[in-house]
Design a protein around this ligand. Structure first.
Ligand code: PMP
Length: 390
């Protein structure tokens, strides 16, 4: 008896092989990336179907969690900062140099991976209220990690100031000739330049220049500045493109964009902790104006404030409806993209960023989503988020 048809493969003849090989190889082979560096950038821009349906607009997200170094948009920035440091002689491969950085995690992870690839050490200082999986990952990448109690930026114990000081001490030390390089993602303009040179052009190409709004949060401000400057200034989109800041609760940037002031008269800039209130969102929201935010400031048209509960509900919704599993800053971006879409004519195209994956946020953001019991099925996104269509 012959076996059932489903388990038997049809015969393939020698002529078939030749024909199939020729057809597969008829297009030129795609370039083979050089190591992890070659896997950074050129991320897909994908349509989020459920959000597009709910708003009557097209909502597109840049899948930055697919970057091949540390798995976030920060790979672009880390690569850009290391390249610039090498050009300026601040880092030299093979001499035992160490990269120092203060980071909520993502930049540190990207720097640690690229440090390995280029032959550097990495020492990372991060606030202790960030998720454990990020510091665990840093350990596994061979970085030295210090989790630092959150302190105001004016304090020498602030995680950024510690990184700067330790880098200086390293270079000054007489032990050997190796250097300490403080990457300084907040003030280092190689940060926004990375987005100006890569993310911005990719978005323009992927949309064919057909986009009406760009929405993103700011941690250092590099992403929103680089992309806004590229699209509005370099590509000349100007007022045809609305650039919107997505800001979590407790961040001062919303007020800065809306009212021009970050703090009330009784509050002094930089004296408060990272956030004015605790937020579950990691990576975006800040209470000082960084160089990377300042340079893009004039190109930001509006701001949307997003609550923690809205971000958590959005993250759950995207899993339920689209099978998309994202981190907290991406969820904030998606809420702000929906709010922006509702203020624009139907059919508008809105682009946002999904900076990293939910796997980076299992122990805080996703754990809290589980604890709050947000698993139930929902039918109406706007009711779920408490947003009224305008
Ligand atoms: N999302 C995540 C997860 C981040 O770590 C960061 C940067 N800290 C951002 C978004 C914000 O990007 P940027 O620093 O370019 O403003």
């Amino acid at each position: 008896d012959s076996p059932p048809a489903s388990t038997s493969l049809p015969p393939v003849t020698l002529e078939d092989h030749t024909r199939i090989r020729q057809s597969v190889l008829s297009a030129p082979p795609p370039p083979i990336p050089e190591g992890i560096e070659g896997c950074i950038g050129n991320t897909p821009l994908f349509k989020i179907k459920s959000l597009s349906e709910a708003t009557g607009c097209t909502i597109l997200a840049k899948a930055e969690f697919l970057n091949g170094g540390g798995g976030s948009s920060k790979d672009r920035v880390a690569l850009s900062m290391i390249n610039m440091a090498e050009e300026q002689g601040l880092l030299t491969p093979g001499q035992g140099d160490t990269i120092y950085e203060g980071t909520s995690g993502s930049t540190g992870i990207s720097l640690a991976a690229l440090a390995r690839a280029r032959g550097y050490k990495a020492r990372i200082f991060m606030p202790s209220d960030q998720s454990m999986e990020k510091s665990d990952l840093l350990h596994h990448l061979g970085a030295e990690v210090e989790r630092v109690t959150p302190a105001p930026i004016t304090s020498t114990e602030h995680f950024v100031n510690l990184a700067r000081t330790r880098a200086k001490e390293h270079t000054a030390s007489q032990n050997d000739a190796s250097k300490g390089f403080f990457a300084d993602q907040f003030e280092n303009l190689a940060n926004y330049t990375a987005h100006l040179q890569t993310t911005g052009p990719e978005i323009y190409r992927q949309t064919g220049g057909q986009l009406d709004a760009f929405v993103a949060g700011a941690g250092t401000g590099g992403t929103i500045a680089g992309i806004a400057i590229y699209l509005k200034k370099i590509m000349g989109m100007g007022d045809d493109l609305k650039v919107v800041l997505a800001d979590p609760e407790g961040s001062g940037l919303y007020n800065k964009v809306k009212n021009g002031v970050m703090f009330s008269n009784t509050e002094k800039e930089g004296t408060r902790r990272r956030q004015q209130i605790d937020t579950i969102v990691e990576g975006i929201g800040i209470n000082r104006i960084t160089e990377n935010f300042e340079i893009g400031r004039e190109f930001i048209d509006d701001a949307v404030r997003v609550t923690d509960v809205q971000a958590m509900k959005m993250a759950r919704w995207l899993v339920e409806k689209d099978g998309i599993f994202i981190g907290s800053s991406s969820a904030v971006n998606c809420v702000a993209a929906v709010v922006t879409a509702l203020e624009m004519p139907k059919g508008s195209r809105i682009v946002t960023i999904c900076s990293d994956s939910g796997t980076r946020h299992l122990s805080r953001f996703w754990k809290m989503i589980g604890e709050l019991g947000l698993e139930e099925e929902h039918e109406n996104l706007l009711t779920l988020l408490g947003i009224k269509p305008t």
